[in-house]
Design a protein around this ligand. Structure first.
Ligand SMILES: [Zn+2]
Length: 84
C-alpha cells in the first residue's frame, strides 16, 4: 500500500448549533479511518470551529473565547466522559 494515508480520512457534512446560543451552522467534520474525530471546518459565514478533542463544535465568531469556554464547560465539562 503506497497510497497516502490522508486519503483515508473521511469528511462528513453536518449541522451543529453554536455552543453558546444554538444558532445552526453547516460544517464539515473530518474523521480518521477508525471513525475518530479529527477536526471540523465551518462552512457557513459567521461561525468558527471550537477546538475539542472528541467532537465537532461550532460557535458564532462574535462570541468571546471566555464565553465559548464557559459554554463548553457547562455542556461537556462536568461529565468527564471524553476519556473512554
Ligand atoms: Zn452563537
Amino acid at each position: 500500500m503506497a497510497e497516502s494515508t490522508m486519503a483515508d480520512n473521511h469528511t462528513k457534512g453536518e449541522m451543529h448549533g453554536c455552543i453558546v446560543c444554538g444558532k445552526l451552522y453547516e460544517l464539515y467534520a473530518v474523521y480518521d479511518p477508525d471513525g475518530r474525530f479529527i477536526e471540523s471546518i465551518v462552512m457557513s459565514a459567521g461561525g468558527k470551529s471550537v477546538p475539542h478533542p472528541a467532537r465537532p463544535l461550532v460557535a458564532c465568531e462574535h462570541h468571546t473565547e471566555d464565553e465559548i469556554e464557559r459554554a463548553v464547560q457547562k455542556v461537556y465539562g462536568d461529565h468527564a466522559d471524553a476519556e473512554d
